[in-house]
Design a protein around this ligand. Structure first.
Ligand SMILES: [Zn+2]
Length: 244
């Protein structure tokens, strides 16, 4: 039994290297919504209606900016999902932020339609959370980034543990995550040296790869076509079939 991992967006916030951060596991779980899912999922033969869980790592726009578009697209879909099917999970404050973004971007009428047609359920996650949401086991680790709270996740499906770092420095939470996963979608914002804003750069990621030879690394949140021995470099719409 395999797990399908798709990288919708592989670029960092401002690099233009690719769409912003968003990944999909098994057509069901989306981690961050920095890329437009209603545009990109159909290019992979997937449907937005099949997403049952959205995990948000933190509140920077390159990770959440397209979530109101996903909700609006679901609310206006010819076949909307069953109300309450979609769960949105993230740090404390997620529900209020999503509401504000939707109202600011598209007005109260769209927000009301989202509440009526999609009725997303919200789950607050924090460091140490270990919960079952919509058929996936999700563990949360606090990581150090320029905004707080920031979480990294491991998601277990079909016996395979897939980690997602979000944005992070080389911190204790990241190392805990790397120690418990089979595959790690890891940010690598800097090519040639340390970058500001609480990120990883190539040499730090290379050290992490060496420390965890049992982990398969997929690098995203890129500013350029970096090369790290032992790691796969993502591109937009990269899809991998992973087995435990
Ligand atoms: Zn980012």
């Amino acid at each position: 039994m395999s797990v399908r991992l798709s990288i919708l967006g592989s670029g960092s916030a401002f690099s233009g290297c690719g769409f912003n951060a968003s990944s999909v596991l098994d057509e069901r779980v989306m981690v961050d919504v920095g890329a437009p899912p209603h545009v990109l999922l159909p290019r992979l033969g997937l449907r937005i209606q099949d997403i049952e869980l959205v995990l948000l790592t933190h509140f920077h726009m390159d990770h959440i900016g397209m979530l109101p578009l996903l909700l609006g697209a679901l609310a206006h879909a010819d076949e909307p999902p069953e109300p309450g099917r979609l769960a949105i999970a993230g740090p404390v404050g997620t529900r209020e932020l999503v509401r504000r973004l939707t109202v600011a971007g598209f007005g109260g009428s769209t927000q009301r339609r989202v509440e009526e047609m999609v009725a997303p359920r919200y789950v607050v996650l924090q460091d140490g959370s270990d919960v079952e949401i919509g058929g996936s086991r999700v563990r949360s680790h606090a990581v150090v980034h320029s905004t707080c709270p920031s979480l990294a996740y491991s998601v277990t499906r079909a016996g395979l543990r897939v980690g997602f770092t979000g944005d992070t420095t080389l911190c204790a939470g990241l190392r805990r995550l790397a120690g418990e996963v089979d595959v790690l979608v890891c940010e690598c914002s800097g090519e040639d040296g340390p970058v500001s804003g609480g990120h990883l750069w190539r040499d730090e990621v290379a050290a992490l790869v060496r420390e965890h030879p049992q982990v398969r690394f997929v690098l995203n949140h890129l500013s350029g076509r970096v090369s790290v021995p032992g790691a796969l470099i993502a591109h937009d719409l990269l899809t991998l079939e992973l087995t435990a």
